[in-house]
Write a protein that binds this ligand. Structure first.
Ligand code: NAD
Length: 354
């Protein structure tokens, strides 16, 4: 199978590309990524010499480029992960979110439709456009309940609103034009190669440096955490076997408050890299001004993908977190390189806070 992956130099995209090259010997990947601040080729070292992976630096909003790549590569799958993905940045600078997440998805759909219409009957029937989205499109839950595939959309941040818009465009191209799409809405991911602005790597890096660990508000916001390789296995199940025109929710069944997540990291650091003074890392926790409009709770009902496609996460929160923290401890060069060039660990997204 030929698979065009967008955003394959980012956190989840690079995990997908590494997985395909390592585990699917008959598949070939064309990886289209703009290499924004969030994308890095150092996440692709494991596949850089593979003849089954080709990287193209380019923008998904570039219609001519996307059309030319489709004509030349002739994919069986487009797996679309390229996006601006950080809520805090969407508060400070929403324009890039509209441009990439909305206009970029439109551009891909436009090019994909033209390409798909030109295929022979068998290739047309087998083709899939897989749009990778987030549970944040469903809004915020109270203490009870779960997001299902039928939960109405109620995005509340510029990021989630731009992702919701892209989901609607994808479904519109299916219903109006017949483009064979599948869509996944996944909960919070964590794991190796995640950009250090996100909660878990940020806490590890600040924990090691002996710096304050900034927890937003009271730390009681709840997220459902999924190890990134489990998400990748879910993506493969859906683009291999998912029903056309369907959405699948993906989650880890691992709800934790942010404070619980940070305490887990602190306990692992205490064990694996104790502070020089022997004190617990948790003493570095510092409660800071909350994110404006911070969604309280997300929780996924992943029953549909489990029933229809037999997918379930392989990692528990505990095993996945231990693997993740060990990876950050063993791969300092990867994140130090990013901290040196692109991100200083500072607070983002307070604009608009009252
Ligand atoms: P990321 O920010 O780590 O990576 C995004 C990648 O997209 C980067 O490599 C970046 O260079 C590339 N990109 C950005 N704009 C581009 C453009 N205009 N053209 C081409 N490439 C561009 O994001 P991630 O965490 O890996 O998320 C990947 C996808 O999964 C996103 O669509 C996101 O909405 C979705 N998602 C993420 C999570 C999560 O917890 N991280 C959860 C559910 C869904």
């Amino acid at each position: 199978m030929k698979i065009l992956v967008t955003g394959g130099a980012g956190f989840i995209g690079s995990a997908l590309v590494r997985h395909i090259v390592a585990n699917r010997p008959d598949d070939e990947v064309l990886n289209l990524d703009k290499l924004t601040y969030a994308g890095t080729l150092t996440s692709l070292r494991a596949v850089e010499h593979s003849p089954r992976h080709r990287f193209v630096r380019g923008d998904i909003t570039d219609r001519a480029l996307v059309g030319a790549l489709l004509a030349e590569f002739r994919p069986d799958r487009i797996v679309h992960l390229a996006a601006e993905s950080h809520v805090d940045r969407s508060i400070e600078g929403p324009a890039a979110f509209i441009e990439t997440n909305v206009v970029g998805t439109f551009t891909l759909l436009d090019a994909a439709l033209a390409y798909w219409r030109g295929l022979g009957p068998e290739a047309r029937a087998g083709f899939r456009f897989h749009h990778v989205s987030t549970d944040e499109v469903f809004g915020s839950l109270g203490a009870e309940g779960y997001f299902t595939e039928d939960t109405p959309y109620a995005p509340r941040s510029p990021y989630s609103a731009s992702k919701a818009a892209s989901d609607h465009l994808v479904m519109a191209w299916h219903h109006t034009h017949g483009l064979p799409v599948v869509l996944t809405n996944c909960s919070n991911n964590y794991g190796p190669y995640q950009f250090p602005e996100k909660l878990i790597p940020l806490m590890v890096i600040k924990g090691l440096a002996g710096e304050p660990l900034p927890v937003y508000g009271k730390g009681d916001n709840v997220r459902d955490w999924l190890f990134v390789d489990d998400h990748v296995r879910a993506l493969c199940a859906v683009f291999d076997r998912g029903r056309v025109g369907e959405t699948y929710n993906v989650g880890g069944n691992a709800e934790r408050t942010n404070l619980e997540v940070v305490n887990t990291i602190c306990a692992l650091l205490d064990e694996l890299r104790p502070r020089p003074d022997g004190q617990p890392h948790a003493r570095q926790i510092s409660f800071v001004t909350d994110r404006p409009g911070h969604d309280h709770r997300y929780a996924i009902d992943a029953g549909k993908i489990r029933r229809e496609l037999g997918w379930a996460p392989l990692e528990t929160f505990e095993s996945g977190m231990a693997a993740t923290i060990r990876w950050y401890l063993g791969n300092e060069a990867w994140w130090r390189d990013i901290l040196a060039g692109r991100y200083d660990g500072g607070r983002l997204g307070l604009t608009g806070a009252v």
